[in-house]
Design a protein around this ligand. Sequence first.
Ligand code: SAH
Length: 350
Amino acid sequence: MRPILELSIDDLRHWLTEQGQPAYRAAQIREWLFSKRASSFEEMTNLPQGLRRALAEEFVVATSRIALHRKAADGTEKLLLALHDDQRIECVLIREHARRTICISTQVGCAMGCVFCASGLDGVVRNLSQGEIIEQMLHLQRLLPADERLSNIVVMGMGEPLANLPALLPALREATSPAGLGIGARKITVSTVGLPPAMDRLTAENCQYHLAVSLHAPDDELRRELVPVSRNIPLDTVLSAADRFFDSNRRRLTFEYVLLGGLNDQPAHAERLVALLRRRMALLNVIPYNPVAGLPYQTPTAKAQERFLRILEQGGINVQVRTRKGDHIDAACGQLRRSQSLAVPVAPAE
Ligand code: SAH
């Protein structure tokens, strides 16, 4: 059985033609999958019975199932998905004013090893496929009432998105296609630990996505400690690759900076950050550390956060603090992981 979401619309048309079916059925099938939120071929009532049967014999609609569904008081919902090989990933729906943002994963685990992040604690198992990335979008869309649509996507879940571009790019094409989810490319943010060759590949795609680059330190020495993959990737090569992306697509860059108490939150760090970013059209997203069970890091005090922000603002940096969403259900940045072994017993809602 093949996952139907692994097929492009052309693949689907080709299969339909082989079945002696008109090619326009492809658009109908996709409308059921993406807009009408169907979870079986049986529901696709404008298709002839015989075609529905043939589809069900050849394809599956979903390869993953919801293993756990948690809701936080702030409207954030998190799904733990069990994949066909029993691997687990997480994805999140965030409600904020009229926005319905989803945060999706691209890998089972993560190989980057950022010392403060839950997703990479056990390394990486494998890349997700295009279909598995799209399935997260569809599972999360089904959590919304029929009259609400997904508005934004942040590729900030488990994994390093730029280490899985061959699956991510086609998945995002389905997300932005009017025949898919119809989400504007400018409503999509891809976050990277900073892999220059892959950043250049994204630049070459000429896409309108936003790029967010995880900095976490204003100099190579500290960054190597916090973001081990950066051992062989100097900060200036990451910043140059970000500049090339900006020069090409003109979308304002975002830089992310996890604020770790006593480690990278001192005035000297803020001053060096000002020097690095001052001449760039960029937004600095400061993320106060979200606690991860078993890790020794501290969320800086409100006073330390304010001191840090003030220096950046006075230096003319456009800075924003990322407010914590869904942390009681471990759905905040850096808290997504492969197992629930450390989670408290599940309550349906908080
Ligand atoms: N691999 C991508 C996506 C990671 S998730 C990247 O590195 O950018 C998005 C952001 O959350 C990243 O900036 C990541 O470093 C940050 N993050 C990871 N763990 C965190 C934690 N415990 N608290 C706050 N932010 C965290």
